[in-house]
Design a protein around this ligand. Structure first.
Ligand code: NAP
Length: 287
C-alpha cells in the first residue's frame, strides 16, 4: 500500500519544525526536507521520512515529491530572488498536488517588493491549489537572530524606529499551517494573514524582556546604515539576507507590520500567544 505523505520544506527551521509536529498530531505521514539530513534526523528521529532536498538543485526534486500530495513551501531567507523557487514550483505543478501552503508575509497582497509577492502570484498563475499563510514578524526573531545582542549586551539592535509590530509565535504559525494542510479541500485557494494578539513597539518589547529576565534590556533604535554594517561586517551574516531585512524594517517604519487579525482564532479556536507568554516559554533563549 502506498502511503500518501505531506512534504515539509525548511523542516528544521523556525516554522517548519512546528508544522511537522502539528501534522504528526493529526496522524499525517510527513516527509521532512532540507540540505542537512543529519539535523533533520536529530530533530525528528524515526517519526518521519527525511529526504535530501535543495531548492537550487533540480535533481533533488523528484525524490522529494515522490508519494506526496500536499506541500508546506517556505523560502529560505538567503534565497532572495523569487525565481530561486520557480523550478521547484514547476515540479510541484507536474505532480498531483492537492494543496501547497506557502509561508508568505503579511501585506504582500498589496506590496510587490518582498519576494513572497511574486512567489504567491507564480503559484496562482500555475493554478496549483494554494493556501498562502501571511504571518506578521516572528517572536523567534528576538530569541534567534537578535538574541546575541540581548544576551551579550542587554540590547535590542533592530532598525525599526518607533514602529509597532504584531509579533506572532512560530508555534502558532505552525499550528495554523497544519490545519490548512490537514483540510486541503476546505482551504483550497485561500490566504490567511496571521498575527499575534497585540502590536508592540520595541521599547515595549524591551520592557517585557526586562521584566521576565530580571535584567535591564534596552532598545537602542539603530539607524539602517549602522544596523547593516554591524550585521554584515561584525556578525558576518549573508548580505542578501541583511538587505532584505533592511527593506522589511523600512516598511515596518511605514506601519506595515502593526495590523492585528482574528485569523489565528478562526482557524484554531485558540488565542495566539502573547509576547510575554513567549518569553516565559522560551526563557532559556534570553539568559
Ligand atoms: N522572520 C520573520 O519575522 C518572518 C515573517 C514573515 C515571513 N517570514 C518568512 O519565513 C521564511 C523563513 O522561515 P523560517 O524562519 O522558518 O526559516 P529558518 O528558520 O530560517 O530556516 C531555514 C530553512 O531553510 C532550509 N534551507 C536552507 N537552504 C536551503 C536550500 N538551498 N534548499 C532547501 N532548504 C534549504 C534550512 O534547512 P537545511 O539547513 O536542512 O537546508 C532551514 O530548515 C522566509 O521566507 C521569511 O521571509 C519571516
Amino acid at each position: 500500500m502506498i502511503t500518501i505523505k505531506i512534504l515539509v520544506t525548511g523542516a528544521s527551521g523556525n516554522v517548519g519544525s512546528y508544522v511537522v509536529n502539528e501534522l504528526l498530531k493529526f496522524n499525517e505521514k510527513v516527509k521532512v526536507a532540507g540540505t542537512n539530513i543529519k539535523k533533520l534526523d536529530v530533530k525528528f528521529g524515526n517519526k518521519v521520512d527525511s529526504v535530501y532536498f535543495d531548492f537550487t538543485d533540480r535533481t533533488t526534486f523528484k525524490e522529494a515529491l515522490d508519494g506526496v500530495d500536499r506541500v508546506f513551501l517556505m523560502r529560505p531567507p538567503h534565497l532572495g530572488k523569487p525565481k530561486d523557487l520557480y523550478p521547484f514550483i514547476d515540479e510541484i505543478k507536474a505532480h498531483n498536488i492537492k494543496l501547497v501552503s506557502f509561508l508568505s508575509l503579511m501585506g504582500v497582497e498589496s506590496n510587490t517588493i518582498p519576494p513572497h509577492h511574486k512567489i504567491e502570484k507564480y503559484i496562482e498563475k500555475l493554478e496549483i491549489p494554494y493556501s498562502h499563510v501571511r504571518p506578521g514578524f516572528f517572536m523567534q526573531n528576538l530569541s534567534g537572530i537578535h538574541c546575541v545582542e540581548i544576551k551579550e549586551k542587554n540590547e535590542i539592535f533592530i532598525p525599526a524606529g518607533k514602529s509597532k509590530t504584531s509579533f506572532i509565535d512560530a508555534a502558532d504559525i505552525g499550528s495554523s499551517i497544519a490545519i490548512l494542510l490537514h483540510n486541503p479541500g476546505k482551504y483550497k485557494n485561500t490566504a490567511h494573514t496571521i498575527t499575534g494578539p497585540e502590536a508592540l513597539d520595541y521599547f515595549e518589547v524591551a520592557e517585557i524582556l526586562s521584566k521576565i529576565t530580571g535584567r535591564k534590556i534596552k532598545y537602542t533604535k539603530p539607524g539602517f546604515l549602522k544596523y547593516r554594517n554591524y550585521y554584515i561586517k561584525k556578525r558576518g551574516l549573508d548580505k542578501t539576507y541583511v538587505n532584505i531585512t533592511v527593506a522589511l524594517y523600512f516598511m515596518t517604519r511605514m506601519g506595515t507590520a502593526k495590523k492585528i487579525t482574528n485569523s489565528f482564532y478562526e482557524l484554531t479556536g485558540r488565542k495566539p500567544h502573547t509576547f510575554e507568554e513567549f518569553v516565559k516559554n522560551n526563557i532559556n533563549d534570553f539568559v
